[in-house]
Ligand binder design. Sequence first.
Ligand code: ADP
Length: 271
Amino acid sequence: MGTRKINANRIVVKVGTSSLIHPNGAINLETFDQLAYTLSALNNQGKELILVSSGAMGVGLNKMHLKQRPAEIGAQQALSAIGQSELMTLFTQRFDHYLTDIAQVLLTHDIFDYPKSNKFVMDTFNCLLKDNVVPVVNENDTVATDELDHRTTFGDNDQLSAIVASHMNADLLIVLSDIDGFYDQNPKKFTDAHLISEVSNVADDEFTVAGGSGSRFGTGGMHTKLLAAQRMLAEDRQMVLANGKDPQIIFDILAGKPVGTLFSKECVNHE
Ligand code: ADP
């Protein structure tokens, strides 16, 4: 298979809880470290990077020695607030090691809908990127319950990352998950599922084979990732869904190697 044509300078990377937290609830230190290493290396090369990270709840559960999330939304928000500061501590430590500055940006999905807040948010991102600082974005769970209360279909970090990519005019959105890409059926349920390497259109057929989350800590499952891909395709941006167990896969993605699933209008292999 040939290489893909990936031209990306401004890149949004979204990492899911399932990549940051082991199935036993412990912190996946390797992912934190390799993510910091990879993004720092790319930052040094002059790429503009925005990290959207889930995981506040998972880190909060770990910190409070809890096995499962509490039922009440308020208690979930409290746990998420505990986890968010711990999450940033973990990122700050690892990014510091690679001499890269980061900043916390907490957003709600609708923030871009209000012209004034939209401008403030964009100004903040632009200042950070100009200073080579990597913004680390998460949903502000204290004021937004979209991601926590997943009875609502709108709202989660997959779509938040697409909203950020869209407003910040990013060339590429990389979604790192606990799965190698988008399959023709849920691979956690069907052993004969096949990985789809390239997708140029996301329609009903794709949503039909997208199931929910496969891990204890994952949230949106494949459905919200497809919604993010749909938005990227509509705006002629690219998205790659790939396995986050080794974040250095981002180097392969940018080199055009056929890893994960590429969502792109121009889905042809370039030899
Ligand atoms: P994350 O925490 O990384 O966002 P999620 O658990 O929310 O991850 O979503 C990834 C999961 O989606 C996979 O582990 C898998 O179980 C599930 N899934 C459902 N349908 C599909 C599909 N067609 N292809 C790939 N994964 C799928």
